[in-house]
Design a protein around this ligand. Structure first.
Ligand SMILES: [Zn+2]
Length: 199
């Protein structure tokens, strides 16, 4: 077992350079301490080869829910335990605030309109999928946790551009239990979400 964990990320070059670097910075912030605790170094690459871990930022596939704000489960942001993060669904996330009784309208502005909002949100989805893949982490409906599914976002009545930006682009974390599970797998290099390793 080597002492390096290689994370290969594709599709970054389809994003603007600021969004691209926001993602890499955030990956380092979250993953580097975990790798270090496992006695490994983290190398993030982008290229046409496979790493130990792989993610693809897919700017083409449209997974935006046609039901808009009425979509029960929202749009599909990533492929659970898979490798794809769907960029267009993130770009389309809207405030979906309450109906204003005076105008009959609701706030439908897009939430992730700049690189410093879009980058962290895309990174969170990537980290969420890696959490499933590396250690088979379960969903946890805590708005500050990387493994939340979006169901823990503010209730419609409480949604503003600010609450939604805080929710989608915040610096979400893994809790201690999740960190310990991730570190254990990073030590062995066995990915629990990888079905080819299954029983
Ligand atoms: Zn998930």
């Amino acid at each position: 077992m080597g002492s390096a964990v290689w994370l290969n990320v594709t599709g970054l070059d389809d994003l603007d350079t600021k969004t691209h670097s926001e993602i890499v910075v955030r990956f380092r912030q979250v993953l580097e301490p975990l790798c270090k605790a496992a006695g490994k170094t983290l190398t993030i690459t982008k290229g046409d080869f496979r790493g130990d871990l792989n993610l693809e930022f897919d700017s083409v596939t449209d997974t935006i829910s046609k039901a808009g704000c009425d979509a029960v489960f929202g749009s599909v942001l990533g492929e659970d335990a898979g490798e794809s993060v769907f960029v267009r669904a993130h770009q389309d996330l809207r405030v979906c605030g309450p109906v204003d009784p005076k105008t009959g309208l609701r706030d439908l502005r897009k939430v992730l309109t700049t690189s410093w909002l879009l980058g962290p949100a895309l990174a969170t989805t990537g980290l969420h999928e890696l959490g499933h893949f590396i250690a088979q982490l379960d969903h946890l409906e805590d708005p500050t946790n990387i493994m939340n599914t979006g169901k823990s976002q503010p209730k419609v009545a409480d949604r503003t551009l600010k609450t939604q930006r805080d929710f989608w682009a915040g610096s979400l974390t893994f809790n201690d239990d999740q960190k310990n599970k991730l570190i254990a797998q990073l030590k062995t290099g066995v990915w629990l979400g990888d079905m080819s390793f299954g029983p």
